[in-house]
Design a protein around this ligand. Sequence first.
Ligand SMILES: [Zn+2]
Length: 369
Amino acid sequence: MIEFDLKGPHSQAPARDRLVSALKENRFPQAVIIEGTKGIGKKKLALQLAQALCCTDPLKRPCGHCFGCKMAVDPGNVDCWVIPLETKEANAKSATEASLGSTSKTVEDYLKGYVSQIIENPYTVDYLSSIAQISVEQIRHMTSKFAMTGDRVHFVIVAEAERMNESAANAFLKTLEEVPPNTYFILTTASRERLLQTIRSRCLSLRLPSLLDSEVQEIVVNTTGESASPDALGMAMGAPGKAMFYALHESEHGSFALDFLKYSVQGNYSDLFFAMEGENLKDPDDACLLLNRVSFLISDVVRMMAGTPPRAPQVASALKELGIANWGATALQNALLEVDATTEKVVGRKNTPTVALQTLAIQLFEGYK
Ligand SMILES: [Zn+2]
């Protein structure tokens, strides 16, 4: 009897147990959806599952050292991955098309870059641009490789599967309708609801819950060698990848988020816009980082009002001084919605980050001052 052992934090044991019992009973579904918020460990589990499926050890899988186990985590194995790409990346030549001696990057080069990043740190949250998507060509390329895999167990991890565009999703559905033997699909997604119902109904679905702060910290230390600050842990809300991200960007816009709120409350827009020029906010990712912090600070005030200790105590008193706690829960909930809407505008590139942030500053506490 082969023993299967998937490792991970205690809070996510029920999800892993479901996979293990399916593996044991030899009735493993050919497609699995792993759902959960950004940075929660979906790809970490996907990689372990891929190893367990490919492992050939007669006793315990994944063993970690057989050919199958090694192949599953080999960054060169780009055909086992479908990862959202930017248009420029998706339109690059393939390795077979690129002329010898050409220095321009091929699709495979881009993919290899992403796969290496994921394998090095599966919790990474900022490896993709916000406009990257999965195209129908990528799905077709993936299925074209099936014929070459022979009898060996083959897996494909479809990362951020909700980013399949419409034609990609339809092509993927066709693939799922006739999966070749010994082939397994592992989809990771932040939102199962954003996948086609017809795709969802063909997959075993698991949801990874948030982790305890102590579990997050353990993963952060094991992955990066350094521990995350209480602020970074608080903002991560149980997702190790987010904790690592915030820890890494701790100094960026950290104090500016508070300034942003201050100026906005005071209606001092000219000083705010001037200060914004000194911050690096032209890139959507940077603007989103600031928006995350602003949202975090406002929700900390909401927590204080409800009698819950704030997650960032040192800035909490500064927030109190602004007086926004006196405006009541509705004002703060509206402010949070306003920040969310702005984030969507920035991510969807509807406005330039600067314009979106300026508009937000003006509208944030409109009617409450
Ligand atoms: Zn193995």
